[in-house]
Design a binder for this molecule. Structure first.
Ligand SMILES: [Fe+2]
Ligand SMILES: [Fe+2]
Length: 140
């Protein structure tokens, strides 16, 4: 599969795919667009802007998992938690260590690589289950 680091792989559930696109677009906006100036001026605000979208997306997926009793929900939630912890630790580093804009950009870049790997693995598994659930398929 070819894609740049901001390209969201397709998972097969339109609403979730749209959120992935939007989430990674926010990262692109911070790193390459007009918000790069916000990173220099207010890195905490720039990171919170991205963090909001990541956490909202995780919350939406977790509601979907609960609605269909997804069997791998706890492993999936744990992956979300580790990614969310990483975002939170970036915030702490900015505040306590005065993280430079370059270091913050590098952190967001690493986060995007991690998010794409999560989408290709855990999210694809979830979306496969959601499609089966919606088709009415019942495991024997
Ligand atoms: Fe997920
Ligand atoms: Fe996701």
């Amino acid at each position: 599969m070819t894609q740049d680091r901001f390209g969201a792989p397709r998972s097969g559930v339109a609403r979730i795919d749209a959120e992935h696109e939007q989430m990674l677009a926010k990262a692109r906006e911070i790193l390459e667009g007009p918000r790069i100036s916000d990173v220099a001026q207010d890195p905490v605000a720039a990171l919170r802007y991205f963090q909001r979208h990541v956490l909202l997306h995780f919350d939406n997926e977790e509601k979907e998992m609960a609605a269909v009793s997804f069997p791998a929900a706890s492993r999936h939630r744990e992956e979300h938690r580790r990614i969310a912890d990483f975002v939170a630790s970036l915030s702490v580093e900015i505040v306590t260590k005065g993280l430079e804009p370059d270091a913050l950009s590098e952190g967001i870049d690493r986060l995007c690589v991690w998010l794409v790997a999560h989408i290709q693995g855990a999210d694809r598994e979830l979306c496969g289950f959601l499609r089966l659930s919606r088709s009415g398929y019942r495991q024997p």
